[in-house]
Design a protein. Structure first.
Length: 404
């Protein structure tokens, strides 16, 4: 198959963990490479984000990244919907000039989903979408995270018109049906894959030496974008409740320096006199993450909403227990009391209590560490990519879905 990936708002080659660049980018690249391994070809269409970039980047023999001019370079995500038609025109023009035929379109996020509806009609090509997050669920959280007015009705239209939807959890599937009116027969529940050859436990002393961390320190880790819905401020409030632990270090890894979000968190840390406990780092390359997870005692995922939580899956695969908010994504991955704990969203007291419990019970922490990789073995990419290919084939052949 020739497959067109649409990732309009975010370039998959950008460093994950920055403002609009997260798990979606990793997922898109990993999925494309796994499809290539099955002898399929993937063109990833993203919006141009630099004046100096080449039009086409050959990522690997059968995977290309193609930049499409759609609006000015430095636009924020909230401004992009007015350039969807321009983005679609650029892809259509590229397809015609290249004399290439796509068997399937796979869009990622609602902006690309809207583009996919239009492009699917223009090219007479089936369209599969992955929402990644939805406005309805984000807006229902405890924090003020209102999305643009256009997003929710657009997602409802996509859910009802697209040929197939890939949902990552059964909870996501249920919400797409109940809130957006998606048809059950058009939804395939396929979780995100994890590179289990990459994400394996590393030697603890070696991992800590890489990051200059003494062996006698307890390390709790926050990893990811600094979007308020991810709960980074809750992480800092939790550290305040743990401040009496002399050997504790808390690392926030994500977000570019000098951004408003990071400066706000650093100010919060300073006001709470936690500068001796909390260290802030910029994002690190994905290939280095197994070492970071292995250096940590616990990964903390305090999100108010997560559709999947790639960092949770990666951490468990690496043998690092996770304490996370009891929301759809982490709840589908964590075996409560066996590979980590699920806590009420927004509850820093419960979060601190569970961290204290694990740090005070090294035997429990070790048992969880040994057990964790087995709980996510089903996420091995060879299993997941077959389900994605099956979903594409269902869209192409317009047959009734089979059980995945």
């Amino acid at each position: 198959m020739n497959i067109a990936f649409l990732t309009m708002h975010s370039c998959p080659l950008e460093q994950a963990g920055t403002r609009d660049t997260g798990g979606m980018n990793v997922y898109a690249i990993d999925t494309a490479r796994e499809l290539e391994a099955k002898n399929h070809s993937v063109d990833i269409f993203t919006r141009s984000h630099s004046n100096n970039e080449p039009k086409i980047i050959q990522i690997s023999p059968r995977v290309r990244l193609i930049h499409i001019n759609a609006g000015e370079i430095n636009l924020n995500k909230e401004s992009l919907s007015q350039y969807i038609d321009e983005y679609v025109f650029g892809i259509d023009e590229f397809q015609a000039e290249s004399s290439i035929y796509y068997d399937i379109i796979h869009s990622h996020y609602w902006l690309s989903g809207k583009a996919g509806l239009s492009l699917s009609q223009k090219l007479s090509v089936p369209h599969v979408t992955s929402f990644h997050t939805t406005a309805a669920l984000k807006n229902s959280t405890l924090i003020n995270n209102l999305e643009t007015q256009e997003r929710e009705p657009s997602e409802r239209e996509i859910a009802q018109r697209v040929d197939r939807i890939i949902a990552w959890t059964h909870e996501e599937s249920e919400s797409l049906m109940s809130i957006y009116g998606a048809s059950k027969k058009n939804i395939s529940v396929v979780p995100i894959g994890v590179d289990l050859e990459l994400f394996q436990k590393k030697h603890r002393a070696t991992a800590r030496k890489r990051f200059g961390l003494p062996l006698d320190k307890d390390l709790i880790l926050y990893l990811g974008r600094l979007d308020p819905i991810k709960g980074p401020d809750l992480f800092i409030d939790t550290v305040l409740k743990l401040a009496s632990r002399e050997n504790l270090e808390a690392w926030v890894v994500g977000g570019e320096n000098h951004t408003y979000e990071k400066q706000q968190l650093q100010t919060q840390s300073s006001v709470l006199t936690l500068n001796d406990k909390i260290r802030f780092f910029e994002p690190i390359p994905h290939q280095q993450l197994p070492w970071l997870y292995s250096a940590a005692d616990i990964l903390v995922v305090p999100s108010y909403y997560e559709s999947f939580s790639m960092v949770t899956a990666e951490s468990l695969a690496t043998g690092t227990p996770v304490i996370a908010s009891d929301v759809a994504g982490p709840a589908s991955l964590i075996k409560h009391g066996e590979s980590g704990f699920l806590i009420k969203p927004g509850d820093s007291n419960e979060l601190a209590s569970k961290i204290n419990y694990l740090l005070d019970s090294k035997s429990t922490l070790e048992k969880m560490s040994l057990h964790a990789p087995n709980t996510v073995s089903y996420l091995a990419w060879p299993k997941i990519i077959e389900k994605i290919i099956n979903t594409y084939e269902l869209a192409i052949n317009s047959v009734e879905p089979i059980s995945l």
